[in-house]
Design a protein around this ligand. Structure first.
Ligand SMILES: [Zn+2]
Length: 383
């Protein structure tokens, strides 16, 4: 099936062309997910059902591998995340499942220190060694949001989730171009050797890691253009268009079209420092407040025509329900003040749990931040 060979952005666009392609592409997405899980458990759909029943999500390297699709990246660990109060039930359900239990070599419950829990938002982890040599982790979130630990991932390439309904990628512009911003403040805390191994594997698979987006030349080149765009069209910008621009960036990384001097591109003398902010086009300011569903993220559903989004809303499944708004815990110092001006995150706050839902009576009329979140979610890149 050639759909399996398409990258996730091409596939998502291709399946919009006709009903037949929609079926092929949707099947391909689901096949990719179950194939990834099948390396760990014999009946992936069973595991997906168990995780879904307990409000969990899949993350870590398997979620990244799902997004990269045809890349030969095949992790040896499977990571699931659940809220603080659902952890015990999910842990028992997995350990007691007959199909999984028969393939467990050994398991251990590993409570985390308070320092680790505060820095990574993980209270404890269930570690299961499978008889096939693979390892399965079930992580207990420090709070009510199963996705909270994703906001403290070692780098942006690992802040992704997959559920039985769909998936989310926080930094697709970077991740799909095999780039990642390091959460170096998180890594300053005592971290496990596993974090280092994960980062080493990313490097081995061609990822570039950096603290500042200005490390990559096309983001430096775009600075003056982006500031001009922001001045001309500040409050009326369309986040969906911004997301499209963001997706253009990695595709253009090997040519000179970005920042090129032509009639369509306003020219300004570059006066900004290399740390200049690119938040207006979602080009990855680490200090910018983010959430799954904003204009810079990539959220999709396996079967949107079968009310995929509606099912997530009703069941409080990501990207709805208990989620998080966060900044990358980075030493990057934003000159434009993203660390101080976010609508949700106060200065110095890097992650807060939030409840995302769709107002049944229409657009939210409350706080400005509520309106912005509702608006951004409606326009979020989905298919
Ligand atoms: Zn910024």
């Amino acid at each position: 099936m050639f759909a399996d060979e398409m990258d996730i952005l091409s596939l998502s666009r291709w399946r919009c062309t006709c009903r037949a392609n929609y079926q092929h592409a949707s099947s391909s997405l689901q096949r990719t997910f179950t194939n990834r899980l099948q390396a760990f458990v014999p009946y992936p759909h069973q595991l997906i059902d168990i995780v879904e029943q307990h409000g969990g999500i899949f993350g870590g390297e398997v979620a990244l591998s799902f997004l990269l699709r045809h890349d030969p990246y095949r992790p040896s660990t499977l990571e699931m995340y659940t809220s603080h109060y659902q952890f015990d039930n999910l842990r028992a359900a997995i350990l007691n499942d007959p199909q999984i239990r028969a393939r467990i070599d050994k398991w251990a419950l590993r409570p985390k220190t308070q320092l680790y829990a505060l820095s990574r938002l993980v209270s404890s982890s269930l570690e299961i060694r499978m008889t096939n040599g693979r390892t399965v982790y079930v992580h207990q979130s420090y709070n009510c949001s199963p996705s909270a630990p994703l906001t403290r991932a070692p780098c942006t390439a690992l802040s992704n989730f997959v559920t039985g309904y769909g998936f989310g990628c926080s930094h697709p512009t970077l991740t799909l171009a095999r780039r990642a911003l390091l959460a170096d403040r998180t890594l300053q805390f005592p971290e496990s050797a596993r974090d280092r191994r994960v980062l080493d594997r990313l490097l081995a698979h061609g990822f570039e890691l950096a603290v500042s987006p200005a490390t990559w030349p096309e983001y430096r080149d775009r600075r003056s253009v982006d500031v001009e765009m922001k001045d001309a069209d500040d409050d009326t910008r369309d986040v969906a268009v911004a997301a499209d621009n963001a997706y253009d960036a990695p595709r253009n990384r090997d040519d000179n079209t970005v920042g090129e001097d032509n009639d369509m591109t306003p020219h300004l003398e570059t006066t900004q420092s290399p740390e200049e902010c690119l938040r207006y086009t979602w080009l990855q300011c680490p200090s910018q407040g983010r959430f799954f569903g904003d204009g810079g993220s990539f959220v999709g559903y396996f079967d949107p025509l079968d009310r995929g989004e509606e099912r997530c809303m009703k069941a409080n499944v990501a990207p709805y329900g208990s989620m998080a708004v966060w900044r990358v815990p980075s030493t990057f110092d934003c000159d434009a003040g993203c660390g101080d001006v976010d609508e949700v995150l106060e200065t110095g706050v890097t992650s807060v749990p939030v409840l995302f839902f769709k107002d049944p009576f229409g657009e939210l009329k409350g706080l400005e931040c509520d309106r912005m979140i509702a608006s951004a979610r409606r326009r979020a890149l989905s298919f």
